[in-house]
Design a binder for this molecule. Structure first.
Ligand SMILES: [Zn+2]
Ligand SMILES: [Zn+2]
Length: 369
């Protein structure tokens, strides 16, 4: 056991430097011995068993190395029980149409085997606020419970601009955001997802300050049961929330109970310059989330490929695997344990009913669901 103890104490350090200098054999032993210990308790480990396990564990190497390099885990938290290993899978859903009534969206999501979903509460390109009957709200609640669709996200109207300098747009935006929060409470949706707005020719900082004060008027702390999430944007001209730091800037200026967290859209992040096709790019975005917002505040991922290249600043969604992020990027991202509890919603193009099915099929396959 002393050998095991010696190896373990070297590798359990969170420093990636330690790992870099370990010879390959020690690295294998350092991973294998704790693995055996988890499976067999305190029983002694002999060298034959160790050698066999080193062979069988090779297939797990990429996962283990990624976890060690992620700089925030320890051996004791690894899901290492082979055979009946239980790794948490995220819930997956699509942005679903409410045509024919809001409760119809639940049936559409359930038909696609979704376990979470996102909807617009009304036409997203109109200011008009549509009342939802109590009957329809009740039906929505019953169906989502029946199909275990949880959480439910409402995506706010595209017209809302909390950074607007216009005397008409700003109050209308505040009013419409309040309506989205009210509707969420009526139908029992857990979250409302907001594109905060864009600056009209002035610097982002001033615009974010204005957006934060408008946000607190629309969503006073404690008024609604639903929680508000801010989504990152693609970085087109006037965008004030294309970096994680800028999202955090608004959250920091708000009352702590007004904003529950963030939604990261993969297409927007890629268009804004986060290279989700590489390990380094993925580490950068997670590092920024951890540093500026907190990993626990990442409440939703919008899974969209990008029609435009890295850093284009253009928001054009593409089918999963068919854009510049590609299968490679999504496979990396979806195998990252940091998203294992984060709901995933597709907002991919829909030309036919089969589009959602095909995109979901790819995501389920990558997740091993
Ligand atoms: Zn999105
Ligand atoms: Zn978009």
């Amino acid at each position: 056991m002393s050998r095991a103890g010696g190896s373990c104490s070297g590798i359990t350090s969170n420093s990636s430097n330690t790992l870099e200098y370990l010879p390959v054999k020690s690295l294998y032993e350092a991973i294998t011995i704790p693995f055996l210990k988890v499976n067999r308790g305190a029983a002694p480990i002999d060298s034959i068993e160790l050698a066999d396990s080193i062979d069988s564990i090779e297939s797990y190497m990429p996962l283990f190395v990624k976890i060690f390099l992620s700089n925030e885990s320890s051996i004791s938290t690894l899901p290492m029980k082979q055979g009946n290993r239980k790794i948490n899978k995220p819930r997956v859903g699509v942005h679903t149409s409410i045509a024919g009534g809001i409760s119809k969206s639940v049936e559409r999501a359930a038909e696609l085997n979704c376990s979470t979903m996102q909807i617009f509460s009304h036409s997203p390109r109109q200011w008009r606020q549509t009342a939802i009957s109590a009957e329809e709200s009740d039906r929505f609640r019953v169906l989502r419970n029946q199909y275990d669709i949880n959480p439910v996200f409402i995506h706010t109207s595209y017209l809302i601009n909390l950074a607007s300098l216009s005397d008409t747009v700003l109050p209308k935006s505040i009013d419409l955001l309040s309506y989205e929060m009210r509707t969420a409470d009526e139908i029992g949706a857990e979250y409302v997802v907001l594109h905060t707005g864009s600056a009209s020719g002035e610097d982002g900082k001033g615009a974010r300050k204005r957006a934060a004060s408008a946000l607190m008027k629309a969503v006073p702390a404690g008024k609604y049961r639903a929680s508000l999430l801010l989504e990152n944007t693609a970085g087109s001209r006037g965008d004030i929330t294309s970096s994680i730091r800028s999202l955090a800037d608004i959250i920091d200026k708000c009352n702590s109970d007004s904003v529950a967290g963030i939604c990261i859209d993969t297409c927007h992040a890629f268009a804004a310059g986060y290279d989700l096709t590489t390990d380094e790019g993925i580490e950068i975005i997670f590092h920024e989330i951890k540093k500026y917002v907190g990993i626990d505040k990442l409440k939703l991922l919008h899974l969209n490929d990008s029609k435009k290249p890295l850093g284009s600043g253009v928001d054009r969604h593409e089918h999963i695997g068919e854009g510049f992020i590609g299968d490679k990027g999504f496979k990396k991202l979806l195998s990252d344990r940091r998203i294992s509890r984060v709901p995933l919603i597709l907002e991919t193009p829909k030309k036919s009913d089969d589009d959602d099915k095909e995109n979901l099929r790819k995501v389920f396959k990558m997740l091993g669901i």
